[in-house]
Design a protein around this ligand. Sequence first.
Ligand SMILES: CC(C)(COP(=O)(O)OP(=O)(O)OC[C@H]1O[C@@H](n2cnc3c(N)ncnc32)[C@H](O)[C@@H]1OP(=O)(O)O)[C@@H](O)C(=O)NCCC(=O)NCCS
Length: 155
Amino acid sequence: MPAVAVCRQAQLEDVEPLYLMIENYARQGIMLPRSRAVLQRQIGDFVVAEVDGVVVGCGSLCRLGEELVEVRSLGIAEGFKGRGLGSMLVEQLVKEARRLSIPKIMALTYEVSFFLKNGFTVVEKEIFPEKVWTDCVNCSKQHCCDEIAVLKILD
Ligand SMILES: CC(C)(COP(=O)(O)OP(=O)(O)OC[C@H]1O[C@@H](n2cnc3c(N)ncnc32)[C@H](O)[C@@H]1OP(=O)(O)O)[C@@H](O)C(=O)NCCC(=O)NCCS
Protein backbone atom coordinates (compact mmCIF):
# COMPACT_ATOMS: atom_id res chain seq x y z
CA MET A 1 0.00 0.00 0.00
CA PRO A 2 1.34 3.51 -0.78
CA ALA A 3 2.39 5.58 2.25
CA VAL A 4 -0.15 8.14 3.43
CA ALA A 5 1.36 11.59 4.01
CA VAL A 6 -0.52 14.34 5.81
CA CYS A 7 0.28 17.79 7.07
CA ARG A 8 -1.48 18.90 10.25
CA GLN A 9 -1.35 21.31 13.16
CA ALA A 10 1.05 20.09 15.86
CA GLN A 11 -0.32 18.94 19.22
CA LEU A 12 1.25 18.54 22.64
CA GLU A 13 1.84 14.81 22.00
CA ASP A 14 4.21 15.86 19.18
CA VAL A 15 6.61 17.71 21.49
CA GLU A 16 8.99 14.76 21.94
CA PRO A 17 9.40 13.85 18.22
CA LEU A 18 9.73 17.55 17.38
CA TYR A 19 12.33 18.02 20.11
CA LEU A 20 14.41 15.07 18.85
CA MET A 21 14.25 16.12 15.19
CA ILE A 22 15.15 19.75 15.89
CA GLU A 23 17.92 18.68 18.29
CA ASN A 24 19.39 16.45 15.57
CA TYR A 25 19.54 19.37 13.11
CA ALA A 26 20.76 21.76 15.80
CA ARG A 27 23.74 19.44 16.48
CA GLN A 28 24.63 19.78 12.78
CA GLY A 29 24.45 23.60 13.07
CA ILE A 30 21.56 24.02 10.64
CA MET A 31 18.82 24.85 13.14
CA LEU A 32 18.58 26.59 16.46
CA PRO A 33 17.78 24.22 19.33
CA ARG A 34 14.35 24.38 21.01
CA SER A 35 13.83 23.09 24.52
CA ARG A 36 10.86 20.86 25.33
CA ALA A 37 9.44 23.71 27.44
CA VAL A 38 9.64 26.18 24.54
CA LEU A 39 8.08 23.65 22.18
CA GLN A 40 5.23 23.08 24.62
CA ARG A 41 4.63 26.81 24.86
CA GLN A 42 4.85 27.41 21.12
CA ILE A 43 3.22 24.20 19.87
CA GLY A 44 0.35 26.21 18.34
CA ASP A 45 2.84 27.78 15.90
CA PHE A 46 4.00 24.38 14.56
CA VAL A 47 2.79 22.16 11.76
CA VAL A 48 3.96 18.57 11.30
CA ALA A 49 4.25 16.17 8.38
CA GLU A 50 3.21 12.62 9.14
CA VAL A 51 3.79 9.50 7.09
CA ASP A 52 1.67 6.51 8.04
CA GLY A 53 0.99 8.11 11.42
CA VAL A 54 4.65 8.86 12.26
CA VAL A 55 5.91 12.45 12.57
CA VAL A 56 8.71 12.90 10.01
CA GLY A 57 8.82 16.68 9.57
CA CYS A 58 7.98 19.99 11.11
CA GLY A 59 7.95 23.73 10.57
CA SER A 60 6.78 26.78 12.45
CA LEU A 61 5.84 30.40 11.94
CA CYS A 62 7.16 33.19 14.11
CA ARG A 63 5.58 36.61 13.92
CA LEU A 64 8.19 39.32 13.51
CA GLY A 65 5.89 42.29 13.10
CA GLU A 66 2.62 43.53 11.65
CA GLU A 67 3.61 42.52 8.12
CA LEU A 68 6.22 39.81 8.47
CA VAL A 69 6.46 36.20 9.62
CA GLU A 70 9.49 33.91 9.62
CA VAL A 71 9.59 30.21 8.77
CA ARG A 72 11.51 28.49 11.55
CA SER A 73 12.47 24.94 12.53
CA LEU A 74 11.63 23.57 9.08
CA GLY A 75 13.00 20.06 8.69
CA ILE A 76 12.27 16.65 7.26
CA ALA A 77 13.77 13.51 8.78
CA GLU A 78 16.53 11.72 6.86
CA GLY A 79 15.00 9.06 4.67
CA PHE A 80 11.89 11.16 3.98
CA LYS A 81 13.45 14.04 2.07
CA GLY A 82 12.71 14.68 -1.62
CA ARG A 83 9.12 13.42 -1.46
CA GLY A 84 7.42 16.80 -1.45
CA LEU A 85 6.90 16.88 2.33
CA GLY A 86 8.97 20.03 2.92
CA SER A 87 7.01 21.83 0.21
CA MET A 88 3.76 20.61 1.75
CA LEU A 89 4.79 22.14 5.11
CA VAL A 90 5.84 25.44 3.50
CA GLU A 91 2.51 25.57 1.65
CA GLN A 92 0.67 25.07 4.94
CA LEU A 93 2.71 27.82 6.64
CA VAL A 94 2.03 30.18 3.71
CA LYS A 95 -1.68 29.39 4.05
CA GLU A 96 -1.51 30.21 7.75
CA ALA A 97 0.26 33.54 7.05
CA ARG A 98 -2.48 34.38 4.54
CA ARG A 99 -5.15 33.47 7.09
CA LEU A 100 -3.53 35.92 9.51
CA SER A 101 -3.43 38.55 6.71
CA ILE A 102 0.35 38.82 6.96
CA PRO A 103 1.72 39.80 3.55
CA LYS A 104 5.38 38.77 3.85
CA ILE A 105 6.97 35.45 4.79
CA MET A 106 10.73 35.03 5.09
CA ALA A 107 13.33 32.50 6.15
CA LEU A 108 17.04 32.38 6.91
CA THR A 109 18.41 29.27 5.32
CA TYR A 110 21.17 27.24 3.66
CA GLU A 111 18.53 25.51 1.47
CA VAL A 112 18.16 28.29 -1.08
CA SER A 113 17.14 26.15 -4.09
CA PHE A 114 14.40 24.51 -2.05
CA PHE A 115 12.92 27.92 -1.18
CA LEU A 116 13.31 29.18 -4.78
CA LYS A 117 11.30 26.17 -5.94
CA ASN A 118 8.66 27.21 -3.44
CA GLY A 119 8.27 30.73 -4.82
CA PHE A 120 10.67 32.65 -2.54
CA THR A 121 13.35 35.03 -3.79
CA VAL A 122 16.75 35.80 -2.30
CA VAL A 123 16.95 39.19 -0.55
CA GLU A 124 19.52 41.13 1.46
CA LYS A 125 19.27 40.37 5.18
CA GLU A 126 19.63 44.09 5.80
CA ILE A 127 16.13 44.85 4.45
CA PHE A 128 14.71 43.45 7.67
CA PRO A 129 14.99 45.81 10.62
CA GLU A 130 17.52 44.68 13.20
CA LYS A 131 14.93 44.56 15.91
CA VAL A 132 13.24 41.66 14.16
CA TRP A 133 16.16 39.33 14.81
CA THR A 134 14.79 38.14 18.12
CA ASP A 135 16.26 34.67 17.70
CA CYS A 136 19.70 35.78 16.60
CA VAL A 137 20.75 36.95 20.05
CA ASN A 138 20.78 33.28 21.11
CA CYS A 139 22.73 32.11 18.09
CA SER A 140 26.44 31.31 18.23
CA LYS A 141 26.77 32.64 14.67
CA GLN A 142 25.17 36.01 15.37
CA HIS A 143 28.25 37.98 14.36
CA CYS A 144 29.14 35.81 11.37
CA CYS A 145 25.78 34.67 10.04
CA ASP A 146 26.22 32.87 6.72
CA GLU A 147 22.58 31.99 6.17
CA ILE A 148 20.75 33.42 3.18
CA ALA A 149 17.55 35.45 3.57
CA VAL A 150 14.63 34.47 1.34
CA LEU A 151 11.29 36.21 1.06
CA LYS A 152 7.88 35.56 -0.46
CA ILE A 153 5.34 38.34 -0.86
CA LEU A 154 1.78 37.02 -0.58
CA ASP A 155 -0.94 38.55 -2.68
C1 LIG B 1 14.99 21.72 3.12
C2 LIG B 1 14.07 20.56 3.42
C3 LIG B 1 13.04 20.98 4.49
C4 LIG B 1 13.32 20.21 2.10
O1 LIG B 1 12.34 19.22 2.36
P1 LIG B 1 12.02 18.08 1.30
O2 LIG B 1 10.81 17.36 1.77
O3 LIG B 1 13.24 17.29 1.05
O4 LIG B 1 11.69 18.96 -0.01
P2 LIG B 1 10.69 18.61 -1.17
O5 LIG B 1 10.69 17.14 -1.43
O6 LIG B 1 9.38 19.25 -0.87
O7 LIG B 1 11.38 19.37 -2.36
C5 LIG B 1 10.74 20.28 -3.17
C6 LIG B 1 11.62 20.62 -4.34
O8 LIG B 1 12.84 21.20 -3.89
C7 LIG B 1 13.93 20.39 -4.30
N1 LIG B 1 14.83 20.32 -3.19
C8 LIG B 1 14.61 19.78 -1.98
N2 LIG B 1 15.70 19.92 -1.20
C9 LIG B 1 16.61 20.54 -1.99
C10 LIG B 1 17.93 20.94 -1.78
N3 LIG B 1 18.55 20.72 -0.62
N4 LIG B 1 18.57 21.57 -2.77
C11 LIG B 1 17.95 21.76 -3.96
N5 LIG B 1 16.70 21.41 -4.20
C12 LIG B 1 16.04 20.80 -3.24
C13 LIG B 1 13.38 19.04 -4.66
O9 LIG B 1 14.13 18.42 -5.67
C14 LIG B 1 11.99 19.41 -5.14
O10 LIG B 1 12.05 19.83 -6.48
P3 LIG B 1 11.06 19.18 -7.56
O11 LIG B 1 9.68 19.45 -7.04
O12 LIG B 1 11.41 19.91 -8.82
O13 LIG B 1 11.43 17.74 -7.56
C15 LIG B 1 14.83 19.28 3.87
O14 LIG B 1 15.80 18.97 2.90
C16 LIG B 1 15.52 19.41 5.23
O15 LIG B 1 14.95 19.02 6.24
N6 LIG B 1 16.77 19.94 5.29
C17 LIG B 1 17.53 20.08 6.52
C18 LIG B 1 16.97 21.12 7.45
C19 LIG B 1 17.00 22.50 6.83
O16 LIG B 1 18.01 22.95 6.31
N7 LIG B 1 15.87 23.19 6.88
C20 LIG B 1 15.70 24.55 6.35
C21 LIG B 1 15.80 25.52 7.46
S1 LIG B 1 15.09 27.07 6.99
